[in-house]
Design a protein around this ligand. Structure first.
Ligand code: AMP
Ligand code: MG
Length: 405
């Protein structure tokens, strides 16, 4: 009998049953883009490590500028200039020091007056025409980052700006996760490879390509094992090999109840069946099993369903194995047509996006899960809550984008 779970229960099961299987390795900072951080990064230093000016101007004691104005400037003796990349001498009473943007603030100074509010009298004195409050135009030591502060969480996929934070803190080598290896197998007597012309009753293998591409885009190292006939012994052998060589094995086809459906049997023979069926359309006949600590998943055969299930559940599963956080990006859009009420189930609908008059419109694709044309047109999906009484045309919906990793 099928044990069917809701999408939420399925995600919870993935969290519970599986854990990170990817080793930690060191990557040079410049090669760390797009890699997954293996550890959280906490600062060991202050950033900046010294008080710095945010403007070109004069470092002063703020109190010395109080009450000055354009008509009655405050007069200071010019003590000199702070050079970039060098420390500043202490500020003497009644003096000012020229400091460029990013230069060090001298001890004794507590404000910067912008050069725009100064006049150089040419006799060694400077007139300042704008009072400055203490702290004005200064970034103090540790204003940006304090020692011990969390800078990047473990599991984050490193973006260019993250590398900047790591550079600031001196992380020339970054602890990252190795890629998770994923084995992809297509099953079905009717399947032929892409380069062949299908004979009567045959179709080309679509899922190997789609599932591999999606997993690859999510950072996996994919091995494609091609097509396996609907034969339990052959399938078992292929799954065993894939399990030996990968951390995750994804099969497609043969996951519904049927004489020829061998996936379920093979998983139960090799390990433990955790789930058979997700209460979701498209994609109900999905199997999740566990052999040792590795997941083996039977995806639905219909290509659109295989893609959808991969996006919804295999991406989080892959990320779980890689210790990576799952982030989804949503785009607010208006519904292009009315949708009728749910049958008490959370409903997922693939949509294509169109921009009209500065707004995004989500156009539901109401095709069967087997239709390829719709698979190619799809940009994302909307999720309609089980309690929703249908949605009017023009209603605001959140489209989860397929393009975002
Ligand atoms: P199954 O889950 O094996 O019952 O397959 C359901 C439907 O999906 C059938 O029409 C299969 O021909 C089709 N199908 C299964 N696997 C693939 C694949 N790799 N590429 C294209 N179509 C497939
Ligand atoms: Mg089949």
């Amino acid at each position: 009998m099928l044990t069917v779970k809701t999408p939420e229960e399925t995600l919870a099961l993935i969290e519970e049953q599986f854990s990170c299987l990817a080793a930690c390795e060191q990557a040079p900072l410049a090669a760390a883009l797009g890699r997954v951080l293996a550890e959280e990064i906490r600062a060991a230093e202050y950033v900046p490590d010294f008080d710095r000016s945010t403007v070109d101007g004069y470092a002063v004691r703020a109190a010395d500028t109080f009450g000055c104005s354009a008509s009655i400037p405050a007069i200071f003796t010019l003590q000199g200039e702070v050079a970039m990349g060098e420390s500043a001498p202490p500020l003497q009473p009644g003096h000012c020091l020229y400091v460029p943007t990013g230069g060090a603030i001298p001890a004794g100074a507590d404000a910067m007056v912008m050069i725009e509010y100064s006049e150089d009298y040419g006799d060694g004195t400077i007139g300042l025409s704008k009072p400055a409050a203490p702290g004005k135009n200064i970034v103090f030591r540790g204003d940006d980052v304090q020692p011990g502060q969390l800078v990047l969480p473990a599991g984050k996929k490193l973006a260019a700006q993250d590398l900047g934070a790591l550079a600031a803190l001196g992380w020339a080598q970054v602890p990252v996760r190795a890629a998770v290896r994923v084995g992809v197998i297509s099953t079905g007597d009717e399947l032929v490879p892409v380069e062949e012309t299908p004979g009567p009753g045959q179709v080309r293998d679509i899922n190997s390509t789609v599932v591999s591409a999606l997993m690859q885009r999510c950072g996996a190292e994919v091995t494609c094992y091609g097509i396996v006939r609907d034969d339990r012994r052959l399938l078992r052998r292929q799954v065993e090999q894939a399990l030996a060589e990968n951390e995750l094995v994804l099969l497609s086809g043969g996951s519904s109840v049927g004489m020829k459906d061998a996936t379920c049997q093979v998983i139960s023979e090799l390990g433990e069946l955790l789930l058979h069926g997700i209460a979701i359309k498209p994609g109900k006949p999905t199997i999740i099993g566990k052999v040792g600590n590795k997941p083996v998943v039977g995806l639905p055969g219909h290509p659109a369903a295989a893609f959808f299930i991969s996006h919804l559940f295999m991406r989080p599963l892959l990320y779980r194995l890689q210790g990576r956080r799952t982030v989804s990006y949503q785009l607010p859009a208006r519904l292009s047509e009315k949708l009728s009420a749910n049958d008490g189930r959370t409903q997922y609908l693939s949509v294509s996006l169109e921009q009209r008059g500065g707004e995004w419109w989500a156009c539901p694709l109401r095709a069967k899960s087997s239709q390829i044309s719709n698979l190619a047109a799809t940009d994302g999906y909307i999720c309609i809550d089980r309690d929703t009484e249908g949605l009017a045309a023009g209603a605001l919906v959140a489209v989860t984008l397929y393009s975002a990793e």
